[in-house]
Design a protein. Structure first.
Length: 599
């Protein structure tokens, strides 16, 4: 719902553990985030009413701001002379968020498209079932029955094509007769977004056991992908079925002046709004305790992936298992026994709310964070595949490929990299956050690096559906902390120590000059409100985003950390020898000024 008067905005993000509330107010001609409050989420016993946590967060906002927001348990609207608000909006990931299964006729075609549709709607995809996934029918049926998703997205077949495989998948779902995760009094929703010729047979198979919703085909023809109708249907069902079953959500839905969005979908919405407004390519990441979400917008094409087994507390041991000890240890700038690393990481898993107490513990946490981010981004690149030719189209011969060339992600064309999540937003030193983002994502050429200051992206995402101007203004002025610019060598460096480049940066009338050998990093601090002109001249064979040997001359913005020139090449390589590896990790951390000297 769009409110004509929208000068005082109240927004909440109901997370699994904390409900975060913010006030956004129009000050003069611009919108600013003014106050913030939070309270424990109350979706579980003994309260079992999500609105209790929201009301508690509102009460804290009242105390901090001096604005009376509540009349009893009702939000006062509209705003008038320091009382009330004009609009209330919310996102939610409480109760585990939106958990889905997707099914498609062919794994690399309709099933992959269905997965992209579900992820873009803010879901965690629990499993992907396909006719050719190698599992026997009884194994598929048992898997569907065991997982108990919130809903299933079923796709397959081009319009007018074969109906056999997608009908067979519907029969598996009917045989499984899966019970929904929340609420036992309603049928599990199944969204059918496949061959329109199969609709009657799908309904015939599933109508008695599931609530069938029909929407447009995700792949109406082989060369085209049509994800938006399925994504909208997923979000509508999330409100009606999933959220309505969770304790207190009916009241929360009635309180809100716009549809409640899944938290990841809201983060994706603000990413898309900013990319469109600024006409830029963005990669964003939200690293949590159990999962890591990666978002990207390249050439207007949005993708989201969730790595449900990569996080900094509950699933931190899995990060070590997937990354391997060698990859993790390469970032640790001191001598440590491998057994010690394993024990410290397992301690974090069984005590997920603890924070590092010693500098050694902080450095180990930052090492494992780099690997969680790197692995999540690798998974994202595999799914963020574009349709070649014109936008959203690709040749059928290319559709079965899964090579790197197919990925939409082109790091040379990346304009902005945004990090969010406790390990990044709450890093004791902002230089640590910049170091982790550069090491994990390995940007190429010139890229702006930023972090979300107070986990405000979900609030702004749902606000962008109501008032895009307010959302984008607050995102740029209050949400983003600009860390600075990364200027990085984009080609492979096989041997460190050879001449690489020279640089000259002019800021506020002062000029800084120098040269770097390959494998080195230099941090050039300059004020976040300043603009500098930087000129980087590579030696023959070195590419800084514009081609080998090509000079790069750009105007760059300052940040709380500054400009980082990185000559380690891509991908970053480290020596195999333990002592050399430790020494170079220490040199890199010192170059970022990430930790206190001799700490």
């Amino acid at each position: 719902m769009k409110n004509n008067k929208c000068e005082v905005i109240l927004a909440t993000d109901c997370g699994s553990t904390t409900t975060k509330a913010v006030l956004i107010e129009k000050k003069g001609d611009e919108y600013r985030q003014t106050f913030r409050g939070e309270a424990p989420t109350t979706v579980e016993a003994p309260f079992e009413d999500v609105t209790r946590g929201a009301l508690n967060a509102f009460s804290e906002l009242e105390e901090i701001s001096g604005r009376k927001i509540l009349d009893g348990e009702n939000i006062i609207t509209p705003a008038n002379d320091g009382t009330g608000v004009d609009i209330y909006i919310s996102t939610s990931s409480a109760g585990g968020g939106l958990q889905m299964m997707v099914a498609g006729a062919v794994m690399s075609m309709s099933a992959q498209s269905a997965q992209r549709a579900a992820l873009g709607a803010g879901a965690i995809v629990m499993d992907v079932i396909a006719s050719n996934d190698g599992r026997l029918p009884h194994e598929k049926i048992e898997r569907i029955r065991h997982l108990r998703p919130d809903m299933i997205l079923l796709s397959g077949g081009t319009d007018g094509g074969s109906v056999t495989h997608v009908v067979e998948l519907a029969e598996f779902i009917a045989a499984a007769n899966p019970a929904p995760r929340l609420g036992m009094s309603f049928k599990l929703p199944v969204i059918f977004a496949g061959n329109k010729e199969a609709r009657d047979k799908i309904k015939e198979n599933l109508d008695q056991k599931c609530e069938v919703r029909i929407t447009e085909n995700i792949r109406p023809v082989l060369e085209k992908e049509n994800l938006f109708p399925a994504r909208k249907e997923v979000q509508d069902l999330f409100l009606v079925h999933v959220m309505a079953q969770a304790p207190g959500y009916k009241k929360l839905i009635e309180m809100a002046d716009a549809p409640i969005m899944p938290t990841p979908a809201a983060v994706g919405a603000i990413m898309q709004a900013i990319a469109k407004k600024e006409n830029i390519n963005i990669v964003g990441v939200d690293i949590g305790g159990a999962t890591t979400d990666v978002f990207s917008v390249f050439n207007g094409e949005f993708n989201r992936t969730v790595s449900a087994n990569l996080g900094m507390s509950y699933s931190v041991s899995n990060v070590l298992a997937e990354a391997g000890m060698e990859n993790t240890a390469r970032w640790i700038p001191f001598e440590i026994d491998e057994t010690d690393i394993r024990n410290r990481i397992k301690n974090k898993m069984i005590r997920p709310t603890t924070v590092p107490q010693l500098m050694e513990e902080l450095k180990i946490e930052h090492a494992i964070a780099r690997e969680a981010l790197r692995l999540a981004f690798e998974q994202h690149k595999l799914l963020a595949v574009g349709l070649k030719g014109v936008q959203k189209e690709r040749d059928i011969s290319e559709a079965f490929k899964q090579d790197d060339d197919e990925s939409l992600i082109d790091m040379k064309k990346l304009d902005l990299l945004v990090g969010s999540g406790g390990v990044l937003s709450h890093a004791p030193n902002r230089a640590q956050a910049m170091m982790m983002l550069i090491d994990a994502f390995q940007p190429e050429g010139v890229t702006r690096i930023a972090v979300d200051s107070i986990f405000m992206m979900p609030h702004l995402g749902v606000l962008s559906t109501v008032n895009e101007q307010a959302a984008t203004e607050v995102f740029e002025k209050d949400c983003l902390v600009n860390l600075g610019e990364s200027i990085s060598v984009s080609n492979t460096i096989t041997k460190y120590g050879s001449d690489c480049l020279s640089y000259k940066m002019t800021v506020n009338g002062n000029t800084i000059e120098g040269s770097l050998k390959s494998g080195q990093i230099v941090l050039l601090p300059f004020d976040e409100n300043s603009v500098a002109e930087i000129e980087v001249t590579p030696v023959k064979g070195i590419d800084i985003g514009e081609g080998k040997g090509q000079l790069v001359k750009k105007e760059i913005n300052g940040g709380v950390v500054g400009a980082v020139i990185d000559t380690r090449g891509r991908p970053i390589s480290v020596p195999g020898d333990k002592e050399a590896r430790k020494k170079i990790a220490e040199e890199w951390a010192d170059a970022f000024k990430a930790y206190p000297p001799n700490a």
